[in-house]
Design a protein around this ligand. Structure first.
Ligand code: HEM
Ligand SMILES: CC(C)=CCC/C(C)=C/CC/C(C)=C/COP(=O)(O)OP(=O)(O)O
Length: 311
């Protein structure tokens, strides 16, 4: 009985734990951003040549989702100081005190190890190696190093967000190939316009936190020009799957339409008058960037399905 009494006295605070609920841990996984990341991995897996048992396919996607979420938790652990300063991120679980930094670190490391080893043991070690590299790149190279040191942070760091379809592809084929490299390039080139559109209307936040994002360092006009150039490159690379023959005409036509739309939104950002502080064009460019990438990868999937039933 005495033992039970002592146990009751040990509330979460006394043993060095926060009273975080499951929702707080879920928020550490950055679920909204990672849902699109996981979707691109799913498309990579589904359009790759070859067959994979549905159970193994499901395990692969689960591991990629858990690994992506783990990298989000590690990012939030390291970035807690700057997240606390920015209005967009101040209510995240660590800066708001709902989760202790050590808990987020442990959670991220355990989930990373679990996802990498499960993928390696049940699927293949190439995809597990790529997943490990992606987590490392996002957390160590982007978050810990580039984000706070150069305005090219997201250009280089974007490689991490672009790798998931390659991981999905490698889960099925056990290889990396030109086709999966094109999927990588489609996201890699999309990342700067996606992010800089947001950075244009969240400039104040990044300035306050001392993060050298492009609009704060090179200025608004230079950022607008760079958004436009990357949008053109993104639209051109978007039609490569059709030109290279691993996607059909349905994809080719829709990719061209989406690409033109993306360039149009970027053009509106470019033409925004300097005195326009509402940044409406940048806000709609950011929104369209999400529709663009989702639409492009969804089209690849539908097109692959049409080609397979036609064959
Ligand atoms: C280094 C690369 C990237 C950077 C720096 C970046 C940055 C951001 C930021 C700061 C936000 C606002 C997030 C929030 O407050 O919740 C955001 C939103 C979003 N990003 Fe990215 N992103 C990157 C890559 C990606 C990739 C690769 C994807 C998917 C393939 C993606 C998908 C999304 C989605 C779906 C949202 C909207 C989330 C929401 O509605 O809350 N991002 N991104
Ligand atoms: C499979 C796997 C490991 C996938 C990871 C994919 C990946 C690197 C996605 C990056 C997307 C993202 C949330 C960027 C936010 O940048 P930020 O951290 O600067 O944004 P913040 O200010 O919102 O924290």
């Amino acid at each position: 009985m005495a033992i039970t009494g002592e146990h009751e006295a040990l509330n979460a605070g006394e043993i060095g734990l926060s009273e975080a609920g499951p929702g707080d841990y879920f928020a550490l996984l950055k679920p909204r951003v990672m849902s699109l990341v996981v979707f691109t991995a799913l498309v990579g897996l589904l359009i790759a040549p070859g067959d994979v048992h549905p159970f193994i396919g499901a395990v692969a996607i689960l591991c990629i989702a858990v690994g992506a979420g783990a990298s989000g938790a590690l990012n939030m652990w390291f970035d807690a100081d700057i997240d606390a300063v920015m209005s967009r991120t101040a209510s995240r679980p660590i800066p708001s005190g709902r989760i202790l930094p050590g808990e987020a670190l442990t959670f991220g490391l355990v989930l990373s190890a679990f996802s990498i080893f499960t993928l390696g043991l049940l699927v293949n070690w190439l995809s597990a190696g790529l997943l490990a590299f992606t987590i490392f790149f996002y957390v160590a190279i982007y978050t810990m190093w580039l984000k706070r040191s150069t305005p090219q942070n997201i250009v280089i760091g974007g490689a991490a967000g672009a790798l998931p379809p390659m991981i999905g592809w490698a889960c099925v084929t056990g290889t990396v190939s030109w086709e999966s490299f094109v999927l990588f390039l489609m996201i890699f080139l999309w990342t700067p316009p996606h992010f800089w559109a947001l950075a244009l209307f969240k400039q104040g936040d990044y300035g306050k936190a001392g993060v050298p994002m492009m609009p704060n360092v090179a200025g608004v006009e230079s950022t607008k020009r760079q958004v436009f150039i990357y949008a053109i490159a993104t639209a051109l690379v978007g039609v490569l799957p059709y030109w290279m023959g691993f996607a059909g005409l349905v994809y080719g036509v829709l990719a061209m339409g989406l690409g033109l739309g993306f360039v149009w939104y970027a053009f509106r950002v470019l033409r925004m008058p300097p005195e326009d502080t509402s940044m409406k064009a940048a806000k709609s460019m950011f929104g369209f960037s999400l529709i663009y990438l989702f639409g492009l990868f969804a089209t690849l999937l539908v097109d692959g399905f049409i080609v397979s039933i036609g064959a």
